[in-house]
Write a protein that binds this ligand. Structure first.
Ligand code: AQP
Length: 332
């Protein structure tokens, strides 16, 4: 069976971008067609300045939202990265496989390092080595496919390079994974800055729709979305990024094709109204289920521990084999 791995970082509240770019497909398609593992990658959240209590709270919330979005522990494995030591063990071997130069070329590193500096903080070494840990996350499980939004594609490319290099140096150990990006909403943009992605740890929160936003907050954010001064509606992503973003969100929520949807509107106001309602309706069942699960934290914790146990069993033989392949003594 095809094996799938993907994850979310507890670096902020999960967004519409996370949902449309990744989570929805994990629940609707991926968990049914493959042996799938979905992970709250909490170690990655330590690569930027963080508050321990907040990371803990966000990790639990992210896991709860994964389950609320429809991931079924009977069908797939949902777990938290730090509860499975194999990720850290393999990460070190990936650091020994990657070069300093290829880490520094990562767009996300450049962007986040600049952001940390602009906020007056220092850049953590782990922000640079982040892709090594991400490669370990993926390769530990013999992953065939990594369903992610476009923003993560470069990291998965690097993971492929590292797998190939490791296999060439030390013998066939890892499966070389493929990136899979969704056909629509691969990159949902910030409503206030439609040339940059909607991200959960960004400062421009007025343009970010969070999965747990109240309907009124969603409506307000969509109504205030930046478009342009043209009165009509057309799908031209390069020239009219704000309008295109709204059409893509509508297409992703309610179905259809952005270009064809555009023909049905003669003003941005009408488009925004429909986008807001489509988002509110899509989020409603997720929020209801989240409320039910959040009332039973013990249940979520038990699901996560069982998931970690299963994940460990899957990862350990391959990570042990990698340790031996590079010349470390057996015996763990
Ligand atoms: N805007 C987006 N559009 C489409 N897909 C997206 N993803 C994230 N943002 C968008 C996808 O969601 C999955 C989880 O990714 P993550 O936790 O690494 O995403 P993030 O929200 O981008 O988190 P960060 O690193 O905290 O981002 P910033 O700093 O930009 O706010 C992935 O599959 C991702 O592709």
């Amino acid at each position: 069976r095809t094996r799938i791995f993907s994850g979310v970082q507890p670096t902020g509240h999960l967004t519409l971008g996370n949902y449309l770019g990744a989570m929805r497909r994990w629940a609707e398609v991926d968990q049914h067609r493959a042996e799938a593992l979905f992970c709250v990658v909490d170690l990655h959240a330590l690569t930027v300045e963080h508050d321990p209590a907040r990371v803990r709270r966000l990790s639990r919330q992210a896991a709860t939202l994964l389950l609320a979005s429809g991931l079924d522990p009977e069908l797939c494995t949902v777990f938290v990265q730090s509860q499975v030591d194999e990720h850290l063990r393999l990460s070190y071997l990936m650091e020994c496989t990657a070069s300093d130069g290829e880490m520094r070329r990562m767009i996300q590193y450049k962007e986040k390092a600049a952001r940390e500096q602009a906020r007056g903080g220092s850049v953590r070494l782990s922000l640079l080595t982040y892709p090594a840990l991400m490669a370990a996350d993926i390769l530990a499980y013999g992953t065939d496919e990594v369903p992610v939004g476009e923003d993560q594609a470069q990291h998965v490319e690097l993971t492929r390079d590292l797998a190939v290099r490791f296999n060439q140096r030390y013998g066939a150990t890892f499966v070389v994974p493929r990136t899979v990006t969704p056909p629509v909403a691969a990159r949902v943009k910030n409503l206030q800055d439609p040339t940059s992605k909607m991200g959960k740890s960004q400062d421009r929160t007025a343009g970010v729709v969070y999965l747990l936003d109240e309907p009124e907050a969603v409506r307000k954010k969509v109504t205030r979305a930046v478009t342009d001064s043209e009165p009509d509606v057309s799908y031209e992503p390069e020239r009219r990024p704000g309008v295109a973003n709204l059409l893509e969100v509508l297409a992703a929520c309610a179905g259809g094709d952005p270009e064809r949807l555009a023909a049905g509107y003669d003003s941005c106001g009408a488009l925004k109204k429909d986008v807001a309602e489509a988002v509110v309706e899509m989020l409603r069942p997720v929020q209801e289920r989240h409320a039910e699960l959040a009332a039973e934290p013990g249940l979520v914790d038990a699901v996560l521990l069982a998931g970690a146990e299963r994940a460990r069993g899957l990862a350990r033989p391959r990570v042990d084999a990698a340790f031996e392949a590079v010349g470390l003594l057996p015996g763990r």
